[in-house]
Design a protein around this ligand. Structure first.
Ligand code: APR
Length: 247
């Protein structure tokens, strides 16, 4: 089926759905200039995530660990929400979608104006002390050396590191939205990381139609009701045009 036919089918489903949830991954932010993780130019192609993005890495090789997050923060500082982020924020205002569940820690959905955003993997916008639980803005990570809390303990970027539990409230909210959804649209994720990749299946198992919009194949394409191969921003612009022009 031609992509336009697929997009028209997606638009029909969006019109019929009374509860539509968007699920985004790093592929939602590559058109804003941020690298993803597992495509051929992804961060994990050149670096071992366990050696860089884990609690163990933070304590065993703090210099490399904090340098990695300073690099990510510097890249984030140059990034802005693209048209696709803005369309999702507009769809929330027009009640076309009800929530965004994101694996991304870049805060671009918030900056685009989306409100109901569930951040499964935390946020790069903050840093926290694992000992006294004090939360800081991420600028504390920007100086050199090892950033420390007032209590003296090392500060951790506000992102969920490999080996860490996901935030309970985010898990609860994402489960609620997945169960409620009639239409669950994945945008820009390989769906390789659990437990985040549980939610598309949860949605489908409780009766939602599952749509995957991605540049490459994902491990869940077979379980999807519709797969659209393409770039997040470009597809969202086309879908928004179809929605607006009642085509
Ligand atoms: N449009 C659509 N898809 C894209 C685009 C784009 N512009 N750019 C990249 N992609 C696709 C890639 O082909 C890839 O399949 O997005 C997917 C991104 O997959 P990953 O790099 O695995 O990112 P993600 O699924 O978000 O990873 C989940 O892994 O390392 C952890 O915590 C990290 O949140 C991250 C999690």
């Amino acid at each position: 089926m031609q992509d336009t036919g697929k997009l028209k089918k997606l638009v029909d489903w969006m019109r019929e759905s009374t509860h539509t949830v968007i699920f985004t991954g790093a592929g939602m932010s590559t058109e804003a200039g941020l690298p993803d993780f597992r495509s051929k130019t992804g961060l994990w192609k050149a670096k071992d995530p366990r050696k860089l993005a884990s609690i163990e890495a933070m304590y065993k090789n703090p210099e490399e660990f904090y340098e990695f997050y300073r690099m990510r923060l510097a890249t984030l500082g140059e990034a802005n929400p693209h048209q696709g982020h803005k369309i999702l924020a507009d769809w929330e205002k027009r009640r076309i979608i009800q929530a965004i569940i994101t694996q991304n820690v870049d805060g671009l959905h918030h900056r685009a104006g989306s409100n109901r955003v569930i951040e499964l993997h935390g946020t790069l916008r903050e840093a926290l002390c694992l000992k006294c639980k004090k939360v800081y803005g991420s600028q504390v990570l920007e100086g050199g050396g090892i950033p420390r809390c007032e209590c003296g303990n090392m500060l951790k970027p506000g992102v969920i590191l490999f080996g860490e539990m996901l935030p309970q409230d985010a898990l609860y909210q994402a489960d609620l939205e997945s169960r409620r959804s009639h239409l669950f649209i994945v945008i820009g994720s390989s769906l390789e990381v659990s437990p985040a990749n549980y939610f598309p299946l949860q949605a489908r198992d409780t009766g939602a139609k599952l749509v995957i919009i991605n540049m490459e194949t994902t491990i869940m394409d077979e379980q999807a009701d519709l797969v659209v191969r393409g770039k997040a921003g470009e597809v969202l612009v086309k879908v928004d045009d179809l929605l607006k022009n009642n085509l």
